[in-house]
Ligand binder design. Structure first.
Ligand code: F0G
Length: 482
């Protein structure tokens, strides 16, 4: 796709696949969408999929699978121990990462549980380029603390920095000097840094982080869940790597890490996860946790069919024409929204398009969840389901005071190869309309607020009748359109 020039100069992503299996979609009228949103307590997690037109909640476990993945699922070797399917997957991972050992787990957070139980001790620290929700929970549950050593640019919504996911090397050196390497469980680098907008790190940064870790004998752990996007960005944005192939870049990154773990709900377009390493001591230490929490060593809680699909999916991830689909669609969406003046995180990253709710609805106080309100409003006016990534996703402190988030983002995930460009254009159209009518959107307050993970189950209500006024304006502008 990146090598195709267009005669008329317009730049747009061209799909390098054709669609052979389709799923019917429904777009219910706006009055029904309002009712569905009210029934879901204004929380997009609680919507029923049948009421959703474009599901942009996440890319986890919902990427499109290829014909070859589906075909491979039919020849899975189902056995509790010693499955042929497992051997195939293990040797594919050895081929791709150059690692000898593979420990299977049912998804990414299961790997985090095992790594944290094995290596995080009371009072220890885990420096990282940025945290992910489940990662942080497992580390703190085991008595450790997350230390975020991101570069200042990471939190700049608008930027032209190609690698906002880089770790700040000076901060890393300073932190190690201050606390001492023995108090550090491991250093974690997250590919395609999720919570700051799917932003990548560079190969050069990874190399420098690994050199610092080696100097101090600290383990380096790579979260490769969003590696596919990161590989694409290294290939296209890092001039020193342009002569390298995707498999070469992957091997180079993998060789720098002591441990690689991933959610195969993202990497490899299947459902599962696992931990790869070349270190026998690490393998032996982690091995005992697998049968306890996941399943026997040759399935780890995964269905063999998913493992077959993962093997093929990992192979397909090494194809630039496959992994560029997500980032190019996201770049298109980000650019189209930017042209309409809609505030979005730039440069476009992997995972999805991130709308800056703090600027979009700057009249809504953070305590009334601007990103949550925007997610509810967007669903009502379009049937597009996004995810709140802001204060609602935080937890109150021990005194019950809100922890205000650094950023208020509405994440619109782009499951790979799922949507067509015309569907993306539809989403852009409705977001553009909502931006012009943004003053109609007001805040939300909790009606039912769970103590833990409130963003998953919490129910909210609007602070006024703003949603009805939004529906009326939509009808005035769009007539009887859906
Ligand atoms: N690490 C990263 C960077 C992730 O994005 C995720 C999941 C995990 C670990 C945990 O993996 O879901 O298989 O247990 N991210 C999903 C999302 C949930 O929607 O962004 P998991």
């Amino acid at each position: 796709m990146s090598h195709i020039k267009f005669y008329y100069g317009e730049k747009f992503p061209l799909e390098m696949h054709k669609v052979r299996i389709v799923q019917k979609l429904n777009l219910i009228p706006i009055e029904q969408r309002l009712k569905a949103m009210q029934e879901a307590g204004n929380n997009t997690f609680l919507l029923k999929n049948r009421d959703v037109f474009m599901d942009m909640l996440t890319d986890s476990g919902v990427n499109a699978m290829s014909d070859k993945q589906l075909a491979a699922m039919m020849e899975a070797d189902d056995s509790y121990a010693g499955s042929e399917t497992f051997m195939k997957l293990q040797s594919k991972l050895t081929q791709i990462f150059g690692t000898t050992y593979f420990l299977p787990a049912h998804q990414g957070r299961a790997c985090e549980n095992i790594l944290s139980q094995a290596f995080v001790t009371n009072g220890s620290f885990v420096p990282m380029n940025y945290h992910f929700t489940t990662t942080k929970s497992h580390i703190t549950l085991n008595g450790g603390s997350v230390v975020e050593l991101y570069m200042d640019e990471a939190l700049h919504i608008t930027s032209s920095h190609p690698f906002k996911g880089n770790m700040d090397l000076k901060k890393l050196e300073k932190f190690i000097a201050e606390c001492g390497p023995e108090k550090i469980s491991f250093v974690r680098m997250e590919a395609g840094t999720n919570l700051i907008g799917g932003q990548p790190f560079s190969l050069n940064n990874m190399r420098q982080v690994s050199e610092i870790c080696k100097k101090h004998s600290i383990m380096l752990v790579l979260d490769a869940s969003l590696l596919a996007d990161n590989l694409y960005f290294i290939k296209t944005r890092e001039s020193a790597c342009q002569g390298m192939s995707i498999p070469e870049i992957t091997k180079a990154i993998a060789a720098m890490a002591d441990i690689i773990y991933f959610s195969a709900r993202k990497l490899g377009c299947a459902r599962g996860g696992g931990i790869c390493t070349n270190r026998e001591d690490v393998y032996i230490k982690l091995r005992e946790y697998i049968p306890l929490y996941e399943g026997f060593l040759t399935y780890g809680g995964m269905s063999v069919r998913e493992m077959e699909a993962m093997t093929v999916g990992m192979d397909e991830t090494m194809d630039e024409n496959m992994i560029n689909q997500g980032p190019q669609f996201i770049e298109y969406m980000v650019e189209e929204l930017r042209k309409k003046g809609v505030p979005v995180v730039t440069p476009g990253g992997g995972l999805g398009c991130h709308v800056d709710a703090m600027a979009f609805v700057d009249h809504i106080p953070q305590g009334q969840y601007p990103a949550g309100a925007l997610a509810a409003a967007l669903y009502i006016v379009s049937g597009v389901r996004g995810m709140e990534r802001g204060t609602m996703s935080e937890q109150r402190d021990e005194n019950g005071t809100e922890t205000l988030s650094n950023m208020e983002l509405l994440r619109l995930a782009m499951p790979r190869r799922v949507f067509t460009l015309s569907q993306v254009k539809y989403a852009v159209d409705r977001i553009g309309w909502l931006y012009e009518n943004r003053k109609l959107v007001e805040g939300l307050t909790f009606a039912e607020e769970p103590k833990v993970l409130r963003f998953f189950f919490g129910r909210l209500k609007p602070v006024s009748d703003w949603q009805t006024r939004l529906v009326n304006k939509f009808r005035a502008d769009f007539g009887d359109s859906l």
